[in-house]
Design a protein around this ligand. Structure first.
Ligand code: SAH
Length: 228
C-alpha cells in the first residue's frame, strides 16, 4: 500500500534532521556552490529517503552511497554542480523541460523537480525505477515522469528539452540526445571510460554550432546500453 510521507518522515530526526541537512548546505557553499536556488532546493530535498534505511544516517555526508544493483546515489557536491551548470545554461522563460538519463535513486530528479516545470527521467534497471517512482509518489512530485528503458535513444515524445542531464558516463554522447536538445538549451554529461571522466556542458553558440565546455573531473558509474 502506498503511504504518503508525514512531515516528520520528511524532516527527519538526528542524523537526518534539518540541522544536519543545513550543515551539508554550508559545506557545499564552502566548496564553491553559489547558486542559491540550487542550495535552497537541496536544503528542502530529503536525501535520506532516497536510500535504504540502513544507510540513512550517512545521507548528509558529502559522499556517493550505494543504492543496490551496483549503482550509487551521486555525491551531493556533484548533484549541486551539475544542477547549477544545467540551470545556468538553460533559458529562463518557461516551459522548462529537463530530460535525465539514469534515474537511480531518484534524488537528482527530485532536486530538479523543484527548479523546472517538467522532469522526464529514464532508468534501465527496473527495480531501481520502481523504488524511485514510489518515492516520487510519496513526496507528491507530480512533475516527474519516469520511463523504464535504455536512455541511448532519449525520450523523443517530449522533445525538445531545454536541459538534458546524464548521470552515468558514456564513452561518447548518444547522438539522439543532441537531436532532442532545444537550440537554446544545454546538455550536461560525464564523458569517458573507467580511466577518468570529464564533466562536460554542450551548448549551441549564436551560429548554431555546438560548443563543448569542460566543467570538472568526475567519477560516475558507466552508461550501459540495453534494459534490465
Ligand atoms: N541520478 C541518480 C544517479 C544514479 S547512478 C541519483 O540521483 O541517484 C546512474 C544510473 O544510471 C544507474 O541507476 C544506472 O542504472 C543508470 N544507467 C546507466 N546507463 C543507462 C542507460 N543507458 N539508460 C538509462 N539508465 C542508465
Amino acid at each position: 500500500m502506498l503511504r504518503y510521507l508525514t512531515e516528520k518522515d520528511i524532516s527527519g530526526v538526528g542524523m537526518t534532521s534539518q540541522r544536519t541537512r543545513d550543515r551539508l548546505i554550508e559545506r557545499l557553499r564552502d566548496k564553491g556552490i553559489d547558486d542559491e536556488r540550487v542550495l535552497q532546493q537541496m536544503r528542502r530535498t530529503p536525501r535520506h529517503l532516497f536510500m535504504d534505511e540502513a544507510m540513512a544516517s550517512r545521507a548528509y555526508e558529502d559522499t556517493a552511497l550505494p543504492i543496490g544493483h551496483g549503482q550509487t546515489i551521486s555525491q551531493p557536491f556533484v548533484v549541486a554542480r551539475m544542477t547549477a551548470a544545467l540551470l545556468e545554461g538553460m533559458p529562463t522563460e518557461p516551459p522548462l523541460r529537463v530530460l535525465e538519463i539514469g534515474t537511480g535513486s531518484g534524488y537528482q530528479a527530485a532536486v530538479l523537480a523543484g527548479l523546472v516545470d517538467e522532469v522526464y527521467t529514464i532508468e534501465r534497471i527496473g527495480p531501481l525505477l520502481t523504488r524511485a517512482r514510489e518515492r516520487f509518489r510519496q513526496l507528491r512530485l507530480r512533475n516527474v515522469h519516469c520511463r523504464h528503458d535504455d536512455g541511448t535513444a532519449g525520450w523523443p515524445a517530449h522533445a525538445p528539452y531545454q536541459g538534458i542531464l546524464v548521470t552515468a558516463a558514456p564513452e561518447r554522447v548518444p547522438q539522439a540526445l543532441f537531436e532532442q536538445l532545444d537550440p537554446a538549451g544545454c546538455l550536461v554529461v560525464p564523458v569517458g571510460g573507467a580511466g577518468g571522466q570529464e564533466l562536460v556542458r554542450y551548448r549551441y553558440d549564436g551560429d548554431g554550432r555546438l560548443q563543448r565546455q569542460f566543467l570538472d573531473l568526475v567519477s560516475f558509474v558507466p552508461f550501459v546500453g540495453g534494459r534490465d
